[in-house]
Every structure is written in structure tokens, then in C-alpha cells.
Design a protein around this ligand. Structure first.
Ligand SMILES: NC(=O)c1ccc[n+]([C@@H]2O[C@H](COP(=O)([O-])OP(=O)(O)OC[C@H]3O[C@@H](n4cnc5c(N)ncnc54)[C@H](OP(=O)(O)O)[C@@H]3O)[C@@H](O)[C@H]2O)c1
Length: 245
């Protein structure tokens, strides 16, 4: 990935952080982004200490304009070329449908669906102009089957899975590949509110354990790289076999 620029949203933590480290280890210049400067700079420092290339871009992706601003900043930082986009940042509050807070509902669809939509709209045309690029969207097994309390989150992830296919069709003839990784239970701060239910959820899958973020990042890096040159429009389940049941 030497010579390529990769923007990974939500790379101050968890799966995004692991992805940033892996892509940088493969030679990419990684744009680490999130709201938390301290955590972001820990990631860029770690990458640089290992001889890699990274910059931190502070961004709170809570509305469409913030996504446009981030895209602009990413293009300015890289001299107009983002080769790899990983749409990873998301929120996932648990809650019953009745009484689900309207503002919280809107925040989910903004960060989890509208922001990736705007980032692709802002960055994919330049990839298409250059004749190459890779976009990886992070969905969830909760977007493929029902998990109690995850209706809003699951609906967002199902939407992102469908957008993956549409974007693969829209940009494929220009050499831009678009895929998704659909993780199962992975040990990050995101799933801390689940408590013991996380172990129970993981135990439902054939492999039966909670993944390390690096196991998800490996699949993301595969789809972002040249080894996946003929792969587009795929939602790759990285969930310990759960969706096979
Ligand atoms: N962990 C799992 O079991 C699991 C399973 C299936 C799918 N996933 C998906 O995997 C992806 C990564 O999740 P994770 O588990 O790695 O979670 P995480 O460790 O909590 O990381 C979430 C990231 O999103 C960023 N973020 C949150 N709100 C943001 C906002 N308003 N603006 C900008 N950035 C924001 C956070 O950065 P800041 O705090 O710095 O803003 C953080 O870097 C998500 O798409 C999630 O849906 C996770």
C-alpha cells in the first residue's frame, strides 16, 4: 500500500484503530480521525514509532457538513488523493422501538448512514477520475438478523450493506471497488454496555468467542488491498460463523 492514502473514520479506538495500524504497517499513509485528539494522537504516534506514516484529523461527524469538511481536509492533507476509504465510525445505542428518543434515532442514521454517503459522494469521484480506489464499509451482523434492542442500529447497518452494493455498481466501471465487512462480537469499548450479553452473543456462533479487533482489521485490509482486485459488492461476514446458522 506504499504511496496510497487511507482515510479510516473512527480510528481512535477499536476496529478502526486496529485497521489504521495494519494499513500503515502495509505502507499506506493513514489519516486517523475521530473526536478524541488524545486517542487519535496515540494512534498516529504508534504508527510513526513503527516507521509508518499517519496524520490525525479531528472530526466530529455529527452532521452532513462535518463529513464534507472531513473529506475536504483529507484531500488537502494528501494533495487531492484518497485511495482508500474505510467507513467505520458508528454509534449503537440499545433500546426498544417504543419510546426510542427521536434525536438519538437521527444521530444513528446521520453517523452510521448519511456520513458514509457524504464521504463516498465527496471522495469516490476523485478515485474514479484516477481509475482506482477501494472503499470498505463496516456493517454488522445486527444488520442481517434481529438482535433484541438493536432495531435502529441494525437498520442503519442494513442500509450501509445495501449502499455497498449500489456503490459497487455505480463506481465499478471506473476501477473503484466497494465492499463491506460485517463483524460479529469484537472486544472494543463499543460493546461494553452489553456486559455479559456479549459473551452470550459470541457463544451463539460456531467459533464461539469474542474477536480481537485485529481479526476484523485483517479482513478490512484484505478488501482495501490489491489481493482483492476482483472483489466488489461483497459483504464479508467476519463473525465467527454466526450468519451461517
Ligand atoms: N465491536 C463490535 O462487536 C462490533 C460488531 C459489529 C460491528 N461493529 C462496527 O465496527 C465499527 C467500529 O466499532 P468499534 O467496536 O471499533 O467501536 P469503538 O471502539 O467504540 O470505536 C468507535 C469509533 O467511532 C468514533 N466515533 C463515534 N462517534 C463519532 C462521531 N460523532 N464523530 C466521529 N467519530 C465518532 C470513535 O471516535 P471518537 O470517540 O474519537 O470520536 C471511535 O474511534 C462500527 O461501525 C461498529 O458498528 C462493531
Amino acid at each position: 500500500m506504499t504511496g496510497r492514502n487511507a482515510l479510516v473514520t473512527g480510528s481512535t479506538s477499536g476496529i478502526g484503530r486496529a485497521t489504521a495500524l495494519l494499513l500503515a504497517g502495509r505502507g499506506a499513509h493513514v489519516l486517523v480521525t475521530g473526536r478524541d485528539r488524545q486517542r487519535g494522537e496515540e494512534v498516529t504516534d504508534t504508527i510513526r514509532a513503527a516507521g509508518g506514516k499517519a496524520d490525525f484529523l479531528l472530526a466530529d461527524l455529527s452532521d452532513a457538513r462535518s463529513a464534507d469538511d472531513l473529506a475536504e481536509l483529507a484531500l488537502a492533507t494528501t494533495g487531492g488523493r484518497v485511495d482508500i476509504l474505510v467507513n467505520n465510525a458508528a454509534i449503537g445505542a440499545l433500546g426498544a422501538t417504543a419510546g426510542f428518543d427521536e434525536a438519538l434515532y437521527d444521530s444513528h442514521f446521520t453517523l452510521n448512514v448519511k456520513v458514509p454517503f457524504r464521504l463516498v459522494g465527496a471522495l469516490a469521484p476523485a478515485m474514479a477520475e484516477h481509475g482506482s480506489g477501494a472503499i470498505v464499509n463496516i456493517t454488522s451482523m445486527a444488520g442481517q438478523f434481529a438482535i433484541p434492542g438493536m432495531a435502529v442500529y441494525g437498520a442503519c447497518k442494513a442500509a450501509l450493506g445495501m449502499l455497498t452494493k449500489h456503490w459497487a455498481a455505480e463506481y465499478g466501471s471506473s476501477g473503484v471497488r466497494v465492499n463491506a465487512v460485517s463483524p460479529g462480537p469484537t472486544r472494543t469499548p463499543f460493546v461494553a454496555p452489553l456486559g455479559d450479553a456479549l459473551e452470550e452473543l459470541a457463544a451463539q456462533a460456531p467459533l464461539g468467542y469474542i474477536a480481537d479487533p485485529a481479526e476484523i482489521a485483517a479482513a478490512i485490509a484484505y478488501l482495501a488491498g490489491d489481493e482483492a482486485s476482483f472483489v466488489s459488492g461483497v459483504v464479508l461476514n467476519v463473525d465467527g460463523g454466526r450468519t451461517a446458522l
